[in-house]
Design a protein around this ligand. Sequence first.
Ligand code: SF4
Length: 330
Amino acid sequence: MSEYFLEVKNLKKHFPIYGGVFLRQIASVFALDGVSFGIKKGETIGLVGESGCGKTTLGRTILRLYDPTEGEIYFQNVNITQLPQKKMQSMRREMQMIFQDPFESLNSRHTVRSILEEPFIIHKIGTHKEREKKIDELLERVELPSSAKDRYPHEFSGGQRQRIGIARAIALEPKLIVCDEPVSALDVSIQSQILNLLLDLQQSMGLTYIFIAHDLSVVKHISDHVIVMYLGHVVEFIEAKIINQNPLHPYTQALVSAIPIPDPTIKKKKIILQGDVPSPIHPPSGCRFHTRCPYVQEICKNEIPALTNHSSDGEHLVACHFAGEIGNSL
Ligand code: SF4
């Protein structure tokens, strides 16, 4: 029996690219390439990295919105990797997603009432009267007035729309929610309100979150552990509370150095990475970060560094041939 509520082992997702006259597969996008980690119940794991690093693909593959190319996904000790879609549908009651842009994910022609009633109808739950009561409760939970039910998504602000998206995600009382950049499109003042709402719901409902974002300062605030991804690989797994002080992978160090400090008297060295993220169609050999790493050595170009432990409690894993030797350049 695993200690983890959710565990992924060597998860891969490669998207085929077809071309030529006969539309044969000519290449693959290596979006996820051997990701392993576990989450305990009630925890939040943050996923960070530049766009194209595979974090959204990871979230969607865990929920089986994409079928994995290889590897295994265990949810509450059940291997759901090959579960038929019909069985997955009932499993999805327990695994939900919150999207970055609620305007895109909410049907603009439906009222809030029918948006929130839909999950109950799909899963054949309750009478119309019982569902109406549930909708009122959901709106109260996300701090929207009951009168919101008769309005349409375009009548709300971005933050209020995200509250509707959250209400829909929690409607069936899930246990795991993948939050895919849920505050990225919102103003800073609204971001903190939505983050606080997510934290309150986590406490009251015992939720487990996978929180995807490109902004490390947001992820750090809400997460217990942070997974840093680069080109489909996990490069560092670290406790959120020590990420500022002890990032060991050069890529994590660069991300941490970019977090703004509100105090202008504190000077911080910003690490500027050279070049762009390489294409996931032709990822670099060896360490995928070697084309941008200031510490690159010959071995880095040929051998993929394994994710190895760098703490006594096994809570700090780093994939770098020289982790611990290059120190903390912040
Ligand atoms: Fe840099 Fe080499 Fe470490 Fe990769 S393995 S992060 S290239 S030092």
